[in-house]
Design a protein around this ligand. Structure first.
Ligand SMILES: NC(=O)c1ccc[n+]([C@@H]2O[C@H](COP(=O)([O-])OP(=O)(O)OC[C@H]3O[C@@H](n4cnc5c(N)ncnc54)[C@H](OP(=O)(O)O)[C@@H]3O)[C@@H](O)[C@H]2O)c1
Length: 304
């Protein structure tokens, strides 16, 4: 089978022919049709995660495809099922076939094709685990979302909307059109405005844009409020001093959350945008494009 491979740290990734893997007892072999790119894949290919990964490495986190075989312990999917999911850190999705742990895979949303479904998992799970699991956003609460027009942020906006929250979106001007389409309540242009000067008090800040927005984010949060981010765990001492509950997510897949997200997608409550596709042979060009692109929507590799 064809796979993107890194054989040595510091060497560029390349597409190679390697043996097709076989699924263990708690695993599923998936014929991958599409894999969306995430910033973590850039870190992986750059070698920043090598302490947690093994060579030779097939990078790739998000996938959609068809189940080929299942191990004896896996009962929620079967050969022939159309599935989607994510492989945390150890990688493997940039390939024609991938080995997936049972808890990393669920039936894909029926209303999406494979390309669209591969754009969903990591960003939607990250949005869910910050907005719903941690922040437990409530109706009418004021939420400030940094990076609201990005891939995680735009899902968080839709989850917040579903909860009936008042949404203040902070992002660069390229995302204004998308934020208007998502019907957020207020838009802050991060290039022209300082959010701390215009936002007033909020109940929740979700930061998917830049780690250094933390300090001024704390300034707009009242005691008892919540701060969640996809960056590193915020320093707890300062948060405690201000009476803020703070959390840095390390996104993990669960069958239950993937299935709930698929339900929300099929019910028309969440959309994940695809901006552009590349064939797997052009994986390096796709990763470079991801780094430079500012247009909303995900970049997807196709393997069919
Ligand atoms: N910890 C985890 O488990 C986890 C999971 C998922 C993602 N992440 C991380 O979360 C971050 C977001 O991921 P993503 O896929 O959503 O990335 P993304 O699509 O690039 O979204 C980030 C958004 O923030 C915008 N932005 C940049 N600087 C800003 C500023 N100063 N103020 C306001 N907005 C700003 C970006 O605009 P431009 O596109 O114009 O730069 C973009 O719209 C990444 O750093 C990613 O590595 C972590």
């Amino acid at each position: 089978m064809k796979a993107v491979r890194i054989n040595q740290w510091g060497q560029p990734a390349q597409v190679e022919d390697i043996p097709q893997p076989t699924a263990g007892q708690d695993e599923v072999l998936v014929r991958v049709y599409a894999s969306s790119l995430n910033p973590v894949d850039l870190f992986s290919v750059a070698g920043y995660l090598q302490a947690m990964q093994q060579l030779p490495l097939t990078p790739g986190t998000d996938f959609s495809g068809e189940v080929v075989t299942v191990g004896a312990d896996v009962t929620h999917v079967k050969p022939g099922d159309a599935v989607f999911g994510m492989i945390p850190i150890r990688g493997g999705a940039f390939a024609e076939y991938a080995i997936i742990k049972g808890h990393e895979v669920a039936l894909k949303p029926q209303s999406l094709n494979y390309v669209q479904a591969s754009a969903v998992p990591l960003v939607s799970l990250a949005a869910w685990q910050t907005t719903i699991d941690f922040a437990q956003l409530q109706k009418s609460e004021r939420v400030l979302i940094h990076g609201a027009g990005g891939s995680v942020g735009s899902v968080a906006v839709q989850l917040a909307k579903d909860k009936g929250a008042y949404i203040i979106a902070n992002d660069l001007p390229e995302k204004r059109g998308l934020l208007e389409e998502l019907a957020v309540d207020e838009i802050i242009d991060a290039k022209a405005q300082q959010f701390k000067d215009v936002v007033g008090d909020v109940d929740v800040v979700l930061n998917y844009a830049k780690a250094d927005l933390l300090e001024h984010s704390y300034d707009v949060l009242k005691p008892g409020s919540r701060y969640a981010t996809t960056f590193e765990q915020p320093p707890q001492e300062e948060a405690e001093r201000r009476g803020i509950h703070s959390f840095g997510v390390f996104t993990q897949p669960t069958v239950e959350q993937l299935t709930r997200l698929a339900g929300l997608i099929d019910a028309g409550k969440i959309q994940v945008l695809v901006h552009r596709t590349f064939p797997m042979d052009e994986a390096l060009a796709a990763l470079e494009y991801l780094q430079s692109n500012s247009e909303p929507g995900k970049v997807v590799l196709t393997m069919d």
